[in-house]
Design a protein around this ligand. Sequence first.
Ligand SMILES: NC(=O)c1ccc[n+]([C@@H]2O[C@H](COP(=O)([O-])OP(=O)(O)OC[C@H]3O[C@@H](n4cnc5c(N)ncnc54)[C@H](OP(=O)(O)O)[C@@H]3O)[C@@H](O)[C@H]2O)c1
Length: 303
Amino acid sequence: MIWLIGSRGMLGTELSRGFDEAGLAYIGTDLEVDITQESSLEDFAEQRGPFRWIVNCAAYTAVDRAEEEPELCRRLNAGGPAHIAALAGKTGGVLVHFSTDYVFNGKGICLENSPEIRPYREDDPPDPIGVYGRTKWEGERKVREYAEKSYIMRTSWLYGRYGKNFVTTMLDLMRKRDRVSVVRDQRGSPTWARDLAETIRIIITRGEEGRAIPYGIYHYSNYGDISWFDFARGIYERGRELGILTRDCAVNPCTSGEYPSRVKRPAYSVLDKTRIQEALGITIPQWDRSLEAFLKIIRGNDA
Ligand SMILES: NC(=O)c1ccc[n+]([C@@H]2O[C@H](COP(=O)([O-])OP(=O)(O)OC[C@H]3O[C@@H](n4cnc5c(N)ncnc54)[C@H](OP(=O)(O)O)[C@@H]3O)[C@@H](O)[C@H]2O)c1
């Protein structure tokens, strides 16, 4: 039995859908089992467990607001995972936990003797530059400290059908406005929540079949090294082709300096996916293919 924590969030909803489709038995909980309260987690595990898998999608994900609520953010992103990991450790369950590209500082890792930078690998040193990234990094350390059997999946620029995200926000703006400006000086890779959910399903299925991949940290996003501006342009172009967007909207590049914000965001956060690809033998989709599949679902044709 799988315990899916944070089941009503963006990723949690996709995981529920994937587990249903694959016929994997799970119980989902969200705010009703508060991850910041150790006793609430323990009571639930006692009543409904034991769980062979605990998948934790609950988190504080409002990156901007986190700068104003550092304590609340820390309780959710470090305290919650610590309680969950301790429970998994005690009960022998396998914990799947999610983290973020924001654990890195966004300067990239320089290639030897070259001005070029390369994508971040799992063993590159984290150096978060904001409250959200710092608390997620602390959460990772707690998970590794307390849960012997754990997978930490770092992902980036997540979007999906449920909850507010860049794609749905852009579609909304592009329907209402004649122009949008989007930053071109932050690069990374988008991740369709459904692709990540499918990868988690494969990890669990392999574990159940006695072919578990090694525990530890893994990076997962779609393929691509693009800016938010490129992503917005892709959304507009595909949206127009598919008839989701029916009016013209100019998509213009700008710099993050033009949008003063309290929160510093990593300028470069492409993740190296070699480890998960080799462990599972999967092919990770390109960002634009996944975006198109997602937009087709939004259009309703392929739902
Ligand atoms: N979104 C991204 O771009 C992104 C990028 C990289 C990594 N990640 C990571 O991926 C994971 C999933 O992200 P997501 O975007 O799916 O998050 P999300 O949509 O914000 O979902 C989190 C869920 O947890 C619930 N929750 C909040 N506080 C809780 C508590 N005290 N106890 C139990 N549940 C609680 C939330 O409820 P309410 O909504 O009612 O508060 C929500 O349903 C997170 O670990 C996140 O850090 C996300």
